[in-house]
Structure formats: structure tokens, C-alpha cells
Design a protein around this ligand. Structure first.
Ligand code: AMP
Ligand code: MG
Length: 474
């Protein structure tokens, strides 16, 4: 069975200084860990061909499929606030773009595919852990309705990767509506490359903002998408963990699932990443960080926008856009269809009591309206007082209780990718058992359904299961 991928590589047609053309580095003995058949269908790709020897060779980077024009993209970025003038795909190769049957264009990228000129001290590889983590979490995000890059496949390489210890290597096939980052614009701005900036802007407009005009139009589009995205993160207890400008997309998709985590017990300032020592990317700081990153994008685009006030105006709209999106998310979580003035306070009051008890974020919202919500709180008086206010507010709504329950269950997931479950799935996979990984993915594909047999996956970790810290995905 031969693999046919309908490539049309618009990024590869940009000037040479946008990337380094090169092929992935072949691996010793590729074998398939996971293939995302529903995503393959959505992209118009033949899952059977992807599963074939030819397919696995392509997904491992051993063979460059017909029509691909492999390259490593260059970018720059602010990492934890510090400026890095040159980053880039240090362990990834963009194979090219394919156009799905519905006309949508997607990047196909191999991650963990060997060293590139942008690898710095790294080996260009990934081990099975981060590859499966990204697979699980990015697919969970998609099922939760959050814009995200996707995972088409994970392949084990048959080679060891040296970390603290030797670990099995793997390659992820990432699908994204593009891999253009805030940091891509920063790279050309810092090179004082006006032509490069113009070419990149035109390319990004064509891919993400076809109705918009010029650099200002693009900036406004990114601001709007990121405001919505971060509001969605806050609505599901997601902490990205490494919101550097090179990890923020122009498309508005979540990218780079390194030290990310979903909170179990709620705390506004929760941090998981071992390298985020000052809590720069704590849960509740994410909107401020997004705005800071967008200001860096505005700076990078200034040579094209020209008008400082217009650029500033676009950035200044972020807080209101975020607040509006956030309230929409949380109104739905509380079963409120109409907007009333006190709604924001009502939400904040609940979050405050939840924070005092570190109540389980996901389970509280899923259980609102039943006794199970109350049981998430050690001292119930605070929650009871809030619930009384909530019931009073609900009395203003027209919906029947059944409709409300249904509406709330459609936005408050039962199952999220809890960190301890991800770690258990990775550990089992390293020991040769993929069943827990497959079961977790199956459950996460329907996060709003009644959990049924997956009830165990709704539970927060026991003390011995808890994973207090997460690590960058290298
Ligand atoms: P990240 O923290 O994942 O966003 O990565 C930051 C930068 O480090 C990017 O330019 C990556 O390409 C690079 N990088 C991360 N891990 C590796 C690795 N194992 N080998 C080479 N480059 C890497
Ligand atoms: Mg990155």
C-alpha cells in the first residue's frame, strides 16, 4: 500500500532565510505506538496507508514522502522574559502542508526527528514520555473544544535517548493550522528584515486572517484569538506552563505541551513546571502573560504598522475581549444563559471558596446542583452560602432544570487528562503495555459523556499518585 499525501507547501515557497531545508534523521527500527484514525479521516488521509510499512517509515522520518519539502523553521522568542535572538525547530521538521477535503490547510510536522542547525545543545530527539503526553493532552484539548495542534501519530524509534537515564525514543507527528509563532515575527523584526516581516505577514494573513488587512489587521486577529483561547484554558483548569513567545501561535491554537497540566485541586496561583520558579506562568497569570506576549508581537510588527497608537489600541483591547470570553465560558459552566451584572462576582466567589479548600476544579463544576459538589469541600458553610446565591440567580433564568443540567454537562467535562493518569500511562508504555494509554485516550475522546466504565479516571490522585511537578518535554 503506497502512501499518498496531498502536499502543497506554501511555507517552503517563502524566502530561504525563513528556514533550513533538510530531511529528518532516520531511526533504527520504527514501530507504531498510536495512529489517530479520526484525525486521519478529517485530513482526508488513508489510515491504512499510514499504518503500512511505507506509512510508518514516513512517520518516523526514515523516508521523505512524495511532495514533502522538509525544512526546519527559524524563530526567536522571549523565554521566561529573557530574549533569545535565535531559536527554531531544534527537534522538529516540517514535512509540508496538506489541504484537507474541506479546503483547510494543515502543517504536518515530525517532532523528535533529529538535530537541526537550531538544536543548540540538544540532541534533536524526544523520548516516549513527552511524545505520549503531547498526544494525550493535545487530543484531549481538541475533544474539549479548545483550539490546539493535534497528534496524528506516535512512532517508537527503536533507539535510546539519553536523558537522566537511557529512555526509548519516539517521534510525534504534529498537525497544526500553522506553526507560525509570535517568535517568528520577533525573529525577522530583530534582524531588521522588513521584507521578511512583510512576507511573513502576507503569509500569516493568507492562512489565518483572510478577511483582514495588513499587519494591524493581523495583530487584531491574533489578539482576538488569544483572548478566547486563554479564556477557554481558564475554563478547564489548564496551565500551559511555558508561555514563552515562541510557544504562542498566530493561529490561536494551543501549542507546545511540555510541562503543562490540568489542575486537580483549585488554586489560582497553581504552578507545576519545575523550571517556573517564580510562578510567571501560574494559572491565573495566563491572561496577563498572553497580553505581554501580544505586546511583543505588536512591537515586532511596528515597522509595518507604523502608527504606535493603533498598535497600542489593538493590545489595549485584550483585557475586555478576554473578560467577555471568560464570562461567556463561566456563565455556561454555571448554567446561566442570560447575562446579569453580578455574574462575574458570582463566579469569583465560587473560585474563592474553591481555592480555600483546594476543591477539585473539574469535579466541582461537573457536580454543581448535586450533593456531590458540596462533598468536594471540607468546610461546607462557605460553599453552602455560595450555592444559595447561585440558586437565587438561577431563579432569574427561564430554562427547565433538565435543560440546564444538560447544558452544564456539555461544558463541564467529567474527564480531563489528569497528570497522574498520564504518568501511569507513560510508565506502562515504557514497560511495553499500551493499554492504559489507549484507554485514557478513549475516555478523553468523550470528555462530556457520562463516564460509565471510566469512573476511576474522574478521581483526583491519591497522595501516593500525586505528581507535584512537571518537566519540559525534551
Ligand atoms: P520548548 O521549551 O519546547 O519550547 O523548546 C525551546 C527551544 O529548545 C526550541 O527551539 C526547541 O526546538 C529547542 N529544543 C528543545 N528540546 C530540544 C532537543 N531535545 N533537541 C534540540 N532542541 C531542543
Ligand atoms: Mg517550543
Amino acid at each position: 500500500m503506497t502512501l499518498m499525501l496531498p502536499f502543497d507547501n506554501s511555507y517552503a515557497r517563502l524566502p530561504d532565510r525563513f528556514f533550513t531545508r533538510m530531511s529528518p534523521t532516520p531511526v533504527a527500527a520504527p514501530s507504531l505506538l498510536a495512529l489517530n484514525e479520526s484525525l486521519a479521516d478529517r485530513l482526508g488521509l488513508d489510515a491504512e496507508a499510514l499504518r503500512s510499512d511505507d506509512g510508518i517509515s514516513a512517520l518516523a522520518g526514515n523516508v521523505v514522502p512524495d511532495g514533502a519539502e522538509p525544512l526546519a523553521q527559524v524563530y526567536a522568542g522571549h523565554q521566561f522574559g529573557g530574549w533569545s535572538p535565535q531559536l527554531g525547530d531544534g527537534r522538529a521538521i516540517l514535512l509540508g502542508e496538506i489541504v484537507a477535503p474541506d479546503g483547510e490547510r494543515f502543517d504536518l510536522q515530525l517532532k523528535g526527528s533529529g538535530p537541526t542547525p537550531y538544536s543548540r545543545m540538544g540532541d534533536g530527539r524526544a523520548w516516549v514520555g513527552p511524545v505520549l503526553r503531547e498526544y494525550i493532552v493535545s487530543e484531549a484539548m481538541a475533544a474539549l473544544g479548545v483550539p490546539t495542534t493535534r497528534a496524528l501519530a506516535a512512532v517508537e524509534t527503536g533507539e535510546r535517548v539519553q536523558r537522566e537515564t537511557g529512555l526509548p525514543g519516539a517521534v510525534l507527528t504534529r498537525v497544526a493550522s500553522s506553526h507560525i509563532r509570535v517568535g517568528t515575527f520577533q525573529y525577522f523584526a530583530s534582524q531588521e528584515d522588513q521584507d521578511g516581516l512583510e512576507a511573513l505577514t502576507a503569509h500569516a494573513l493568507a492562512r489565518h486572517d483572510q478577511g483582514a488587512e495588513g499587519a494591524l489587521g493581523l495583530l487584531e486577529g491574533v489578539v482576538a484569538r488569544q483572548a478566547k483561547l486563554v479564556a477557554q484554558w481558564l475554563g478547564i483548569g489548564f496551565i500551559h506552563g511555558v508561555m514563552n513567545t515562541d510557544n504562542m501561535t498566530i493561529s490561536g491554537e494551543t501549542i507546545d505541551y511540555g510541562p503543562c497540566a490540568f489542575m486537580d485541586g483549585y488554586h489560582a496561583m497553581r504552578v507545576f513546571s519545575s523550571i517556573d520558579q517564580h510562578g510567571r506562568y501560574a494559572f491565573a497569570r495566563q491572561p496577563d502573560v498572553a497580553m505581554w506576549n501580544l505586546a511583543q508581537l505588536a512591537s515586532a510588527l511596528m515597522p509595518l504598522i507604523g502608527d504606535v497608537e493603533a498598535a497600542q489600541g489593538a493590545i489595549d483591547r485584550f483585557p475586555a475581549l478576554f473578560q467577555k470570553a471568560w464570562l461567556e465560558v463561566y456563565r455556561a459552566k454555571l448554567g446561566l444563559l442570560q447575562a446579569e451584572d453580578g455574574d462575574s462576582d458570582l463566579v469569583q466567589d465560587l473560585l474563592k471558596v474553591m481555592g480555600e479548600h483546594q476543591a477539585d476544579f473539574t469535579n466541582v463544576f461537573r457536580a454543581l446542583g448535586t450533593d456531590a459538589a458540596r462533598d468536594e469541600f471540607t468546610d461546607r458553610a462557605g460553599f453552602d452560602a455560595w450555592e444559595k446565591d447561585w440558586r437565587a440567580r438561577l431563579a432569574h433564568e427561564g430554562a427547565t432544570p433538565e435543560d440546564r443540567r444538560e447544558g452544564m454537562a456539555a461544558v463541564n467535562p467529567a474527564i480531563i487528562p489528569r497528570t497522574h493518569r498520564i504518568e501511569q500511562a507513560i510508565q506502562a508504555a515504557v514497560d511495553g503495555d499500551l493499554a492504559p494509554f489507549q484507554r485514557l485516550n478513549a475516555a478523553l475522546a468523550a470528555p462530556f459523556a457520562d463516564p460509565g466504565d471510566f469512573e476511576d479516571l474522574t478521581r483526583p490522585p491519591t497522595q501516593s499518585e500525586a505528581v507535584p511537578q512537571t518537566f519540559c518535554g525534551t
